[in-house]
Design a protein around this ligand. Structure first.
Ligand SMILES: [Zn+2]
Length: 655
């Protein structure tokens, strides 16, 4: 396989016009998620005459028009759909070309970078690993090569990439002068580059958070994403790239399930091609092996649940919950339904309380402990990860994951409560519990006044301040929702800001970047200039977020004393060192007999549940002792309490 095959030059984007039967575009995308099929909404006025439609397509360089307003075209589109159902991705391009030929339409012929990833199972030092061979062409004499360093709370991934080599004559790979961990590739401009390396998984035996954020390659399955596993050249994140994932060296009976579609067990085609903005590829989820596949095809979206492990719920029930949340979110965003969505669900080894999700292009992955059920908390976790498909992933390309995290994460936290409530998947009291928990965390955070710039300089991917943007952002979202509703007398809400950001990136070409300035500006139609200044100071300067006095007519804010978990020693440092440190005199741990310097051999503290006792195993005077105590103190917090009876609360949404 070389850098660019002739087929790759033949890939097309489609522009639907307003009278295209939505079922056709949905069907097409359902069958071929990699298809770049833009909908007409906001681009082409309904009823536009064909020449106008053509002009839009010409203006939107590289888009072909698909319309079902005349028969021959409709037939061809239907035929194209059939091709896609039957044929491999390789033939897709040919099918598209023949349809284009019929109409004399044109494909894209400007330069599009391409990259090929080929995966081979290998053993490295007795561990299952993948050998990866990559081909791409470079444009400049020097190109940065990105190597996984840390991801989603997993630090030090350097050891995972081994035997990295450039195999093309004359090309060299050296360390960057700066200490970025990246490499510098020097080669002849236009040279076809081959890189190879091994992905050697770094998990330890007891599988728990944050090990799911390292590349997983096990005896019977693999699960990773571009950022936590692959080495790749620096490519502008907004640029369209032709990407090929070649899985042919993997056993034929192992399904491949990715952000861009899947190849079922036994299916012949093991080569997946996609043309997409590079950011979509950087955010791609790639999995395969021993997963059970549950699928549902309704309302324009093909949902694929790839599930492993034994659970307290059935695969069908889990799929049903995913489906309900996805339908709600599709409805919420009022955008074209997501054509394809993948959810992976796999178990942690922890018995309970450990769960984590992560959002990707057309996908999220979920890790739960065996004992978890599909309760309100799990529903919200799914709602959260799915929401990321739009916020921020459909709001324009972003330069880094940390851009406006108070918005990308905090507002997602807020809506993960609101959306299941509005659709009656959760109750009002469950909603209030959830909201109160996040507000409590914000109010009690020792970092609550930290400026955003200072937060960014912390090791925020794994360190102390990791959750600050979630907590503060959720409070800002509540403030903004209330403020917009009051100012517009109920005509607008925070929803409008969210829709506007997605709408801009769907209709402006090229899509504007997702930047903090753009996020802030999106509020300006809905807030006064003073409120805009206040928003900026809360998000950027760490100013206090004032919480609204009431939520619609259903709940009021009140100040109350509550037991909050604060065991009175430095948990993180102590557990890391297996010795107690940072003990607070007269705190709960101190009163139970815990002292600085004691050796720790066991610990269990539920940081989210003040009703549960802490259990610490410490060595006192050479003797192992188990100390059980309530790790709580009293603190003043602002919380929302329902003012209506449970039956009435069904209509609380919450505003
Ligand atoms: Zn999130």
């Amino acid at each position: 396989m070389s850098c660019q095959s002739s087929l790759q030059a033949l890939s097309f984007r489609f522009q639907a016009d307003a009278d295209l039967n939505p079922a056709i575009s949905r069907g097409l995308r359902g069958r071929e998620p990699s298809l770049d099929f833009r909908v007409a909404a906001g681009v082409i006025p309904n009823g536009a005459a064909n020449p106008d439609v053509l002009r839009v397509a010409l203006r939107e360089d590289g888009h072909m028009i698909a319309s079902d307003s005349d028969k021959p075209r409709r037939k061809s589109i239907a035929r194209l759909g059939q091709y896609m159902r039957r044929r491999a991705a390789v033939t897709l391009a040919l099918a598209a070309a023949s349809v284009l030929g019929n109409f004399g339409m044109r494909g894209e012929n400007r330069y599009t970078p391409s990259i090929v990833f080929r995966f081979q199972p290998v053993m490295v030092n007795g561990r299952k690993a993948f050998h990866v061979i990559e081909h791409f062409r470079i444009r400049q004499p020097e190109t940065g090569i990105v190597i996984p360093k840390h991801y989603g709370g997993a630090a030090h991934l350097e050891g995972q990439t081994q035997n990295l080599k450039v195999n093309s004559p004359g090309a060299t790979l050296t360390d960057q002068p700066t200490d970025s961990g990246e490499k510098l590739l020097q080669a002849r401009p236009n040279q076809c580059i081959e890189l190879s390396y091994d992905i050697v998984p770094q998990q330890t035996e007891w599988f728990r958070h944050p090990q799911e954020h390292m590349a997983i390659i096990n005896d019977d399955y693999f699960l990773f994403n571009t950022e936590d596993a692959l080495v790749y050249p620096e490519i502008q994140r907004t640029a369209d790239v032709d990407v090929t994932f070649d899985w042919r060296a993997l056993p034929r009976n192992s399904p491949i399930i990715t952000s861009f579609g899947m190849s079922r067990s036994g299916e012949k085609n093991r080569v997946m091609r996609v043309r997409a903005p590079w950011i979509r590829v950087v955010d791609a989820l790639l999995a395969g092996g021993n997963f059970r596949i549950a699928e549902s095809n309704e309302n324009g979206t093909a949902v694929v649940l790839a599930i492993r492990g034994i659970w307290r719920f059935s695969d069908a029930d889990a799929l049903g919950e995913v489906r309900r949340i996805l339908d709600e979110e599709n409805r919420f965003w009022r955008a074209a339904p997501l054509p394809y969505f993948l959810v992976t669900l796999a178990p942690f080894d922890e018995r309970s309380g450990d769960n984590d999700g992560s959002g990707f292009t057309n996908a999220f992955m979920l890790f739960l402990s065996h004992e978890d059920t599909m309760d309100a908390e799990r529903l919200r976790l799914m709602a959260h990860e799915m929401f990321h498909h739009w916020n921020p992933m459909s709001m324009g390309p972003r330069g880094a994951d940390e851009v406006a995290q108070w918005f990308a994460e905090g507002f997602t936290v807020y809506y993960a409560g609101v959306i299941p409530l509005r659709s009656e998947l959760t109750t009002y009291s469950e909603y209030l519990d959830y909201l109160n928990r996040w507000l409590r965390r914000y109010e009690l955070s020792p970092l609550r006044s930290l400026k955003e710039a200072a937060w960014k300089s912390l090791s925020h991917s794994s360190g102390e301040g990791y959750m600050l943007s979630y907590e503060r952002g959720a409070a800002i979202a509540l403030w903004a929702d209330a403020a917009i509703r009051v100012r517009s007398s109920g005509k607008a809400s925070l929803d409008n800001v969210m829709f506007d950001l997605v709408h801009q990136s769907e209709t402006e070409h090229p899509a504007p970047d997702f930047t903090e300035a753009r996020v802030l500006a999106a509020f300006s139609p809905y807030l006064s200039s003073e409120q805009m200044e206040q928003l900026r100071s809360m998000a950027v300067e760490g100013a206090d977020v004032p919480l609204p006095e009431k939520l619609g007519g259903c709940a009021v804010r009140q100040s109350e004393m509550q037991a909050v978990v604060d065991p009175g020693f430095d948990e993180k440092a102590s557990f890391a060192a297996k010795h107690v440190t940072g003990i607070v005199e007269d705190g709960p741990a101190y009163r139970a007999g815990v002292r600085d310097g004691q050796e720790l051999f066991r610990w269990s503290i539920y940081n989210d549940d003040p009703s549960k006792d802490a259990v610490l195993g410490v060595v006192i005077d050479g003797q192992r002792k188990i100390l059980t105590f309530s790790p709580t103190k009293q603190a003043q917090v602002e919380q929302y309490r329902a003012t209506v009876a449970a039956e009435v609360a069904r209509s609380c949404t919450p505003f």
